[in-house]
Design a protein around this ligand. Structure first.
Ligand code: MN
Length: 714
């Protein structure tokens, strides 16, 4: 096991100002805490945190990171607490340890392969500090290197997690060597036969071709020497997993050298990179379509290099990467690691606790030319500031926008679950449905049969998916209600002419109106797109409701000249039996207003236009439309009953408008055709008496113009 002196020596080599005392203290504390614990391999447990710290010292990380590595399992696995670590080592380190502990508790469920991308994002989002991710990756690397002593089942689970989440994460952070090693270790567990066959074929190829690597390296070295370029040349066989993946992807045979070996030419500056590229392309034939310039267009993790493939010795294809030493550092160690120490000095908080700051320092570093706004956008998005990741009880990760609630979560799982949702448990606690979800929370949606989405949910939901599903469902519910209401309206209208509503009559009427079904007709009746009277007269064109002793409509108003015609005003909707006054309009006759209509004020200075009129006594033949403002309970059958009530008083509903829909109450404007004011009073009284009616009143819309003709005449 690496001793504390050895570890401190490794750190001091790149960081002369290291706090050796604190590292020593952490080493002793960790050793004490893990005392008596053993790994499955039989080694003392503390060997693991020490090796993790050592791995991180290879990456030249700061003291806090090294100490975090030494302590990373103490809070999770020993009696040490956050408070104790904070007391001894400060809150910065305690928070880092806490961050690693949180990541350790995240697990990719065995059923969630397709969730890997989200899981990766969750790790990033949970980390907050890049150093947490770096410690977690080193932890995983050491665990994968020593995975053989684990039970087979656990090996497979960890290997899959590594392959799907941690290896790509290492790549995303720019640590290519770690990505490759993690992949290869996982490959060994997940597909040992596949890996063995790659290695067998590799050895066979090596026997056939001899040591290709040395030959090609010396060819390249000669070329550089001839051009007087000082370059470091590297050649290596790729990891079995990289080869496997390339063969799989292209379904190619094993023979391509470019898939097996990789070469690098590392030079002083950027200009030399392009010079080297030119030399290589002059000497060997470039393979079309294989050249990539990641210098002028860096990858989002900061990676820069020139890539090309040429036909080399014996027409074998060879891949060459050309880069500067700095680019190489970044490619191997990751963008985050390279500026932790500049000139041996620790930078002030080099990993900026805020990932977005980290990103901007990254951009500064790589923004050397061109438009990097796009690059910044790409990287910023990768930090997932605007997203939240939560778990289902099964361990699947659900990705949601920030501000999402359990309602969004429920709809993200399934529309059925969203619609039936009644409440939610977050991390085991009951919460209201409007609770904003946070990263890493596990959410359990409680559903109930017969539950329906509420209109108020639209406001609570943050995702379009949930909002539109709720709206769709509310519309369907509305249709059901409209159909029921339409049936009542039809019944009342048919009875008014002494007929019964039959399915056949409705189907016939539907056909007349060009509708598909009787239900369609009823829905339109209920939503007032068609009036019940239109339906009745469509089927019984000759039936009229008439009784004796009626006042003919042309004699209904007394006080007009014989050549004058009258129209009741739409603003105040006067009814026979009410006190009225007429206003003349040039060429349009007389408009009848109720005496208390506010509109009359406008005519106060034009007394010559006023006509003294009153209604004829007795039964009037024509009906007059009056609007009633009614607020009713939103309950099954309430609407239908209200309509029946109005119908029983021989009044006809001609229009219906929803003003307000609350989960509990509806406020609607109902246009009722009435004969006189006493009929209105019966209707209002009957409604008022109903227990499901909260409020009812006559509605007068003074913004309505008395008549279109009026507007012309004034
Ligand atoms: Mn560990």
């Amino acid at each position: 096991m690496t001793t504390s002196d050895e570890l401190i020596g490794l750190v001091r080599a790149y960081n002369p100002n290291t706090n050796a005392k604190l590292i020593q203290k952490a080493y002793d504390f960790g050793a004490e805490m893990h005392e008596g614990q053993f790994r499955r391999s039989g080694e003392p447990y503390f060997t693991h945190p020490v090796e993790v710290a050592r791995l991180l010292s290879d990456q030249h990380l700061d003291d806090s990171t090294i100490i975090t590595a030494l302590l990373h399992d103490t809070v999770e696995d020993t009696r040490a607490s956050y408070g104790e670590v904070a007391n001894k080592f400060g809150t910065e380190i305690a928070d880092l340890v806490d961050g690693v502990t949180k990541l350790t508790n995240l697990q990719l469920s065995s059923s969630a392969t397709k969730q890997a991308e989200n899981f990766r994002k969750l790790i990033m989002a949970t980390s907050k500090d890049v150093r947490v991710t770096l410690v977690k990756l080193a932890d995983r690397l050491h665990n994968m290197r020593t995975i053989r002593s684990m039970p087979q089942e656990k090996q497979v689970l960890k290997a899959r997690e590594t392959m799907e989440a941690y290896a790509p994460l290492a790549g995303r952070m720019g640590m290519q060597w770690m990505r490759e090693e993690l992949e290869d270790l996982a490959f060994q567990v997940l597909n040992p036969e596949g890996r063995a066959s790659i290695i067998r074929r590799f050895i066979r190829l090596q026997k056939e071709t001899g040591d290709v690597v040395e030959h090609i390296k010396s060819d390249l070295a000669e070329l550089m020497h001839g051009a007087n370029i000082h370059a470091e040349i590297q050649g290596r066989a790729k990891k079995p997993y990289s080869i496997w993946r390339k063969i799989e992807a292209k379904e190619q045979s094993f023979s391509r050298l470019s898939d097996i070996y990789g070469f690098r030419v590392i030079v002083e500056d950027e200009a030399e990179c392009y010079r080297v590229l030119g030399l290589i392309h002059q000497r060997w034939r470039a393979v079309p379509g294989r050249f990539k310039d990641y210098i002028s267009q860096p990858k989002s993790n900061g990676y820069r290099s020139l890539h090309t493939t040429v036909s080399g010795r014996n027409a074998r294809r060879v891949e060459v990467q050309i880069r500067t030493h700095t680019m190489h550092q970044v490619a191997e160690k990751g963008a985050a690691a390279t500026w932790a120490y500049r000139d041996g000095e620790r930078q002030i908080n080099p990993f900026a606790l805020d990932p977005s700051e980290w990103i901007s320092s990254l951009t500064e570093r790589f923004a050397t030319e061109g438009d990097h706004g796009e690059f910044y956008e790409a990287v910023k998005l990768e930090m997932y500031q605007d997203q939240v990741f939560c778990f289902t009880p099964k361990g699947d990760v659900i990705k949601l926008p920030r501000g999402a609630t359990p309602i969004d979560f429920a709809y993200a799982i399934h529309t059925r679950i969203g619609s039936a949702c009644v409440s939610a448990k977050v991390d085991g606690m009951r919460v209201p449905l409007w609770t904003r979800l946070r990263n890493g929370q596990s959410v359990d949606i409680i559903t109930a049969e017969g539950q329906k989405p509420q209109a108020s949910w639209i406001e609570m939901a943050a995702t379009g998916r949930a909002k539109s599903a709720i709206r769709r469902r509310l519309r369907e519910d509305d249709r059901d209600r409209y159909v029921k209401l339409g049936r009542e309206l039809a019944r009342v209208a048919f009875e008014a002419v002494g007929r019964k509503v039959t399915d056949k009559a409705l189907a016939t009427a539907a056909k007349h109106f060009g509708l598909l079904s009787a239900e369609d007709l009823l829905a339109r009746l209920g939503s007032a797109e068609i009036t019940a009277r239109e339906v009745v007269s469509e089927i019984y064109p000759n039936l009229k409701v008439r009784s004796t002793d009626e006042v003919a409509s042309d004699q209904a108003v007394i006080g007009l000249d014989p050549d004058q015609t009258f129209t009741p005003a739409t603003c105040c909707q006067p009814l026979p039996g009410e006190r009225i006054v007429g206003i003349t309009y040039r060429g349009a006759g007389v408009i009848i207003h109720a005496i208390d209509c506010p509109k009359l004020e406008r005519f106060e200075t034009q007394m010559d236009r006023w006509v003294d009129v009153h209604w004829q006594e007795g039964q009037h033949a024509a009906t007059h439309t009056v609007t009633i403002d009614v607020t009713i309970r939103n309950g099954v059958g309430v609407m239908g009953r209200i309509c029946t009530l109005i119908g029983e008083l021989k009044a006809n509903i001609s229009d219906l408008n929803f003003m307000d829909r609350k989960p509990d109450y509806f406020r609607l404007l109902v246009d009722v055709d009435l004969r006189d004011v006493s009929q209105l009073h019966s209707v209002l009284t009957a409604l008022e008496a109903d227990s499901d009616v909260a409020e009812v009143s006559r509605y007068r819309d003074v913004t309505r113009d008395p008549s279109d003709i009026g507007a012309v005449a004034e």
